[in-house]
Design a protein around this ligand. Sequence first.
Ligand SMILES: [Zn+2]
Length: 269
Amino acid sequence: MDAEASPSRSVSGPLRGALRACRGAWRHAARLALDIALPTLCVACREPVDGEGVCADCWAKLSFIEPPYCPKLGIPFVYDPGPGLLSMEAIADPPAYARARAAVRYDDVARTLVHALKYQDRTDLAPAMGRWMARAGRELLAEADVLVPVPLHWRRGWSRRYNQSGALARVIARQAGVRVATEALRRVRPTQQQIGLSRSQRASNVQGAFKVAESRRSEIAGRRVVLVDDVLTSGATTDACARALLRAKAASVDVLVFARVVDTHRAPI
Ligand SMILES: [Zn+2]
C-alpha cells in the first residue's frame, strides 16, 4: 500500500491517472487469470466441481422426491397407499392450487443451494436446479400453458437485483417448451419475511399481497398455470398466489418448487 502510494505523490495529475488506469487493467487481468485457473467450487461443501454447482457427494445427499407421494401436495409417502389416495394434510387443509411437486426435500444441502441462488447471486445454480424441477414436474408441465414465477416486491427485487423464481422458471420453460409470464402476477403490497412467523401469521401476512395485473389478464384467463417458486414451506405464499391467479380466471393452478419442507413427524395417511 505504502510502496504504491509514495511515488504517485511526486508525479503530475495526468501521469497519476495513467498509472492508476494501468494498475486497474493489471488487477482486472489478474482477476481474469484467477477465474480461469481456479476450478468452480461445490456450493455446498466448497470442494472443486465440474460446473454443475454441487459435487457428486452433495448431489447424493440431496433427497430427491420420488413416487409414491400425495397426488395433491406432492409430500412423499413412506409406503404406497394405492392410486389416488391423498395425504391427511391434503384432506384436512386443502390448498387453493390443484397439485404441487418438488424436486427435493428442504434439508441442509437444499437450503445451501436455495440461499446461494437467492442471496449470493449464484445464478449459475439455476440451470441444474431448474432441470431437476422440470423432471419432478413433468406431469404438470405436459399439461401447462404458462409458467408464472412467484414475484418479489419491486423494492426487494431491486435490492436483490433479480428474482430467483424467475430464473428457475426460465430454465424450466426452455426444458419443457412452455412460455413464462414474468409480469402477470404482481406483489401489490410489501410483506414481511415469512421466517419466524406462525402458520396463521404467515397466511395473514400474504393475504391480498398478490394480484394479476389488469393489462396481463389475457395471459392467465383460461390458461393452465404452473406457479414456480424456490421453496414451499407453509404454503401460505403459494396459496395466496394461486388464489390471485384463480381470481383472474386461470383454468387451473399447479405448483412446482425446487424444495419443499416435509414434516417427518406426521403420518403419511
Ligand atoms: Zn459438495
